[in-house]
Design a protein around this ligand. Sequence first.
Ligand code: NAD
Length: 461
Amino acid sequence: MNEQKPLLTTRRQFLQTTGRLTAAGALAGVTLPHVHAAGNETTQIALIGCGGRGSGAAANALETKGGSVMITAMADVFENKLKGSHSGLKEKYRDLVDVPEDKRYIGFDGYKKAMDTLKPGDIAILATPPAFRWVHFKYAIERGLNVFMEKPICVDAPTGRRMIALAEEAKKKNLKVGVGLMVRHCRGRRALYDKLREGAIGEIIAMRAYRMHPPVASAFTDPSMRKEGMSEVLFQISRFHSFLWASGGLFSDFYIHQIDECCWMKDSWPVKCQAVGGRHYRGKNIDQNFDVYQVEYTFEDGTKFFFYGRTMTGVRDDFTSILHGAKGMATVSLGGHSLGTAGRIFKGQNLKSEDQVWAAFPKRDAPDPYQMEWQDLLDAIRGDVAYNEVERGARASMVTAMGRFAAHTGQEVTWEEYSTNNSEFAPDVDKLTLDGPAPIQADAEGKYPVPMPGRNKTKEY
Ligand SMILES: NC(=O)c1ccc[n+]([C@@H]2O[C@H](COP(=O)([O-])OP(=O)(O)OC[C@H]3O[C@@H](n4cnc5c(N)ncnc54)[C@H](O)[C@@H]3O)[C@@H](O)[C@H]2O)c1
């Protein structure tokens, strides 16, 4: 199992176990193990993007074991989001949240100001829409900060390649970087991965995953959602799942987890894909998403992975990832991201409880993967264990975007073609201003361009 080693030597433990050295001079010339670059036992955290997940990630950080952490700075482009996040965190975590007014920053440059309050070795949480990930990651590296960033970490191929290049810079500085693909930290799924390597279901010959539910988050947008006085760019950011430049659309945002977990279980990445998709009862909606998608990914050995996504009401809901092997089948997800009934192996090819032969956590008492990803990151920071999930996160984000690209263009797409694609949705995302032009414009009827498979073959709109 690919667990991080439990560690840890804190600076204090080190001093205690090296003979309770008291005079600083006694340490002259001794190389201390790296623990916290600032030599301060409390790791300070700046939260950039104070929405639902950013606030959740901050809470997960504060719940970790093995050392002291505090939230000390926050940044967002909306004051109400920052305020709401701050009061929620403060109410629950009290002294662990110490963000005075002058460390709360609003605006596109807020991330810089928040990071500037930290010392090298502290942590920046990057939980804005993914369009801003490379901009914020670049500055975090300049500042010598460890990073936790949410998925997806890019929205298209050029930003994916940029993230991979930045990951190398982070490694040179020995920074630790976690990516919010938390199912990779799920103990049950890790146990399933090990069972698969032992041949528990034989060779994997097909995989299928379903994410089907009514519209959630900001996936669908109608004009009435535009708030009085809000600038165009802030409107698009406030509805970021509706705009491909901001999020990669609902496809990238919602589907990445299951695409990534299936590739992980297969221990490989697909070499090509083809896909279908379309818009049904969209009424006045002006967003850029399709509401149905189906992608067929192909791996080097010919194995197929079928992904089904649907964002619609009144139809069957499902949230499942299933692997079919020569000798049986396994569930990776069943009912959601948390382990629940996932991480199970069955004889035969039917999902029948009487055919279940193994379960990672039969009593469904698995630890929360969102908590585990933070524990693993902080263990690595405190123990100075190399830790950089960016390349894998970028690959997962790009493989997901490749499926979306295939659906939106109606073409078969190889990894070779997609990964070298130069089409970037918002090349100037680092130069946005609150009142300046937005990366995409509506037409005279207030509608934004939507993908037209077959008509646009090389660009998504
Ligand atoms: N791992 C998971 O299961 C999971 C779950 C939910 C969301 N996410 C990811 O977390 C990210 C945020 O999603 P969310 O659901 O929290 O959305 P959200 O809208 O609740 O939060 C995003 C926040 O970022 C702020 N923001 C936008 N642009 C900014 C900028 N340039 N600078 C500073 N702040 C900015 C917004 O105002 C908002 O408060 C997305 O990438 C999403 O995919 C991951």
